[in-house]
Design a protein around this ligand. Sequence first.
Ligand code: ZN
Ligand code: ZN
Length: 504
Amino acid sequence: MEEKVHEKIHWADAKAAQVPSDAPQRVATGITPSGPIHLGNMREVMTGDMIYKALLARGTEAELVYIADDFDPLRKVYPFLSDEYQKYIGWPVSDIPCPCGKHKSYAEHFLKPFLSAIKELDIHPRVIRTSEAYRSGMFTEQIAQALIHAEEIKEILERVSGRKLEEGWTPYYPICGNCGQISRAQILSHDIENHTVTYKCPCGHEGVSDYSKGEGKLVWRVDWPMRWATHGVTVEPFGKDHASPGGSYDTGKLITREIYGYKEPVPVTYEWISLKGKGEMHSSKGVVLTIRDMLDIVPPEVLRFLIAKTKPDKTIAFDPGMGLLRLIDEYDRAERAGNSREFELSKINSPQSTIPFRHMITVVQIARDDEAVFSILERSGYEIIDREAVLDQANRAKIWLERYAPEDAKFAISETLPEVAANEPANVKAAVAAYAAAIKDGEWKADVIHNAVYDAAEAHGVTGKDVFTAVYRAFLGADRGPRLGWFLEALGREETLARLALME
Ligand SMILES: [Zn+2]
Ligand SMILES: [Zn+2]
């Protein structure tokens, strides 16, 4: 078999090479759906997906799972929540009502849009909801083991993390039958046969918790390695906060080996994504760009490309303004070259628009409606392959202009001849008239229309810049605009000549 030769091995292939290629592999990713799932979290899922695809490319049997940690408690009332949520602090997010009233739970409210967004990104994991796994009894035996070995686990946690745990600490937190919180209740007794514990909650309530029914959960640092063993995870990307010395990966490694007899997954630590000028993205701080916000402006393959071209351990400073246009240009170059691993890992099997995004930005500012978008594109010689894909791209361009574009990328065609154009000096007006005459019968092609400016200017003793400025003023009332030839080509001969005639 012939293998493709790549100059440098891609990070996803390098990770895939760290596991035995002849044994089935399971790549796990997962997030606590406690708030809007933003681009920083997205990196985790895309990182996992690329390693998964790299494993398949090696001929390794592999599965991608997405573990939604929806059994985790709500930590605080986030800025995007009403004060009413105060009473749900400590409750599993799967049991809290959804903020909009349209979803089954608080967790689903954030999970649903995220799961549909990753579909658009061509990521199709098997989704495991931790609340369902706990309540199905899937972890019963593992929780019993954690309770039986509580002292050993405590010793590992204290030794490796350097943190002192309280007297009587156990790795299992019951959901209190009175206050509903997953609290640090004191475990009074353990009945292995009936898989129950008795507990005393800090709220004062004493009760019984059946861990085969999900009436409680393991503390995060034990829960994570327990799930590696139970789900058979062999590769897992996680944020750098878990990777610090003595952190949850370090303690998890020992717990999964010593308590569950399982080897920890190959770690893939990823760095944060920051929004240029706005700092790191953490949903708890309230300033976020959600996946939906991103997919509203960035084509999915370009979002994948951003992750594919950057090693996971490098931070990404994402600039949704002009930086996005440069990123799209870079993707277009990779697409034309067609052979880079970054490109292979980015492309998506759905119809794409073939219109350059920068051109679409001009088009949507000229077009009065969707039909006009198509007629402008046809006038400029573009072949429309998929109307739906073109309209999606047009919408992304409109949203980008609305939310992120710098002022000088925007323009508006004025309804009538602007005052400033009417007041041009006579020799400039004469040059514009000569320009209009030249393009009236010439070929209606962007570069021809563009270059005709220079002859007209020269013939009337003015500079090319004088004519460019005058024509921009005639249409936009501004001294600058999109590249003139391409702009007028898109606008059409008739409309162009009608406006220039007003200057005479
Ligand atoms: Zn909702
Ligand atoms: Zn309680």
